[in-house]
Design a binder for this molecule. Sequence first.
Ligand code: ADP
Ligand code: MG
Length: 678
Amino acid sequence: MDAPAADAGAVISLRDIRKQYDSGEVSVLALGGVSVEVPRGQFVAIVGASGSGKSTLMNIVGCLDRPTEGRYFLAGHDVSELDADQRAIVRSELIGFIFQGFNLLPRTSALENVEMPLAYLGVAGDARRERATRALALVGLGARLHNTPSQLSGGQQQRVAIARALVTEPEVLLADEPTGNLDSRTTDEVLAMLQWLNRERGLTIVMVTHEPDVAHCASRIVTVKDGLILSDEPVAAPRRATAPAGAEPWKVNAPDAMPHHDPNAKAAPGGLAWFMAFRLALRSLVRAKLRASLTALGILIGIAAVVTTNALGVGAQQRMQAQMTTLGVNLLVVMPGGARTGGARGAAGTGVSLTDGDAEAIAREVPTVARVAPTVGSGAQVVAGERNVSTRVTGTTPDYFAVRSWSVALGSLWGPDEVRTSAPVCAIGETVRQGLFGGADPVGQELRVGRLPCTVVAVLARKGQSGFGSDNDDTIVMPISTFRAGIGRQPNGQVNQIMVTALGPDTVHRAQDAITSLLRQRHRIRPNTEDNFTVSNLSDLTSAFNEQTAIVSALLMVVASISLLVGGIGVMNIMLVSVTERTREIGIRLAIGARANDILLQFLIEAVTLAAIGGVAGVAVGIGASVVVGRLTDFSVGFQPDIAAFSMIVSGGIGVIFGYFPARSAARLDPIVALRRE
Ligand code: ADP
Ligand code: MG
């Protein structure tokens, strides 16, 4: 053994390295105190029987593992106590690995395999491509850049692996049984290349082998037995491996192919670029299309439900808004029944009602009121000639048309005279007209409402859907006296409701208060007793409507959230499967310089991409579904651009939340354990 003073010249300096594996009851001492110095530029072979500790030694030298005891200096730095990330940086910058099983990423081109360690070093795209191309030219694969491992022979694959190990210009090349899977011809090809790299480029090489023939290509042989060094001897005359004629491309390509080690050429470690991680994610999703689509489906359904619910809710609110403007903000509606009993719905049970007298009193005594229209009404069968429709018939006073902003399309409206004489006349809505007369002019025509014969004097201008989803134009309006005489027979001049307009928007609340106190007086309601009627203004009605819409929306949102939750669990599940399937890939990436965060990012981006694909598709399906629902039903739909952004944030967030755990479990894998996985 060299004295400690000689350490300065050594690239690798191991001092009394012990490695103990403790797995439950059994503990195995794989290395029992190993001290070795490897000077720069040496080619060392490590030999020994199976189980003697060669791989354990290589894993420690390669900073894949940490010794239990002892010190390890690599290029002058003490690396015995570095944490996982620091060891990843050391591997990335100082070490190149060659494995028995090549360990190339499948379905990935030779060029991309060789670029990978540079990506983890933070080398930018163009420089990366150029350096990888040169390294592949050096190993004679300049024409096979875009072939995947399955399209290459074993010897060629190992040469890609050598290019990958060399491309970062490492201090040390570590090879664990590099020729174990090769025939004798390609074995010599690989050995000739290693010898050339060692002799001509001064690269330090440590190679594990069990074949004496291979070991004798090195300049020194260290024999290991039962975790201890049995012998350590120089090779007097190393065997000169010769590649078959014409198969030594490195000699041809050498001048520009392999620049001498230049520390400034290395970029600062920056980790795997986002864009590359995104490309990797897309590629692995494309590889498992069906699985990815099924997983994205859960997110898709959830997001589509959110978008559709929102579109319908917004549509209903927009229509309500439009309705409000046509009704006018001055409208007040008086209905029988107290607020607690729920307005008109309570009227039947309470026995309290509103009367003509109430309506007249409001008109007479409340100065802030402009118009008053008491109404009675019922559904009725209406017949004209051969045709009949069922519609809603309202009996009221002429003010009704003004209060409801009805204008006339054809004919002229009935007035106070017709009310006084109970004239059998009516105004009909556009829907009723279409049902009974088609496109013809019905003014002057006779129809029968129930058993009451009646003359059409006017057609009301089209209003369309009401905010509450009913058809405004499906109506017949006649004088209240005519209605009472011929159709409904409410006693004592009772009315269903009284519609009132205030003089202006600013008097609505004053009118509301005045009507309330007037009616309390007229109905003899004692103080501290509830009203037996309700005076609502339009904003009350709107907020009641909005409240209902909100409840329905909330229910649908719960369903959507459950779907999103299920979708998220699906993402998590598939990512866990993916991590298990790709454990070996993760091991390879870690060995050639990926840090835990690079792996975390890679899998996290994959999960987010998967969820976001579901999100984008969900937005598209949601918009499509809303449009279809809008066409097939009378719902109106309204889109907010925000909802698309919101959906993307939600689905991306689901990717992050549910992808984090699988990604973290990938990032925490031990490179040695991961590499051993088949
Ligand atoms: P070699 O590469 O020379 O065949 P190894 O270094 O793989 O030998 O193994 C040396 C000893 O350490 C063996 O007895 C092996 O069973 C044991 N060993 C290796 N890895 C582990 C591990 N992760 N856990 C427990 N024992 C291990
Ligand atoms: Mg081994």
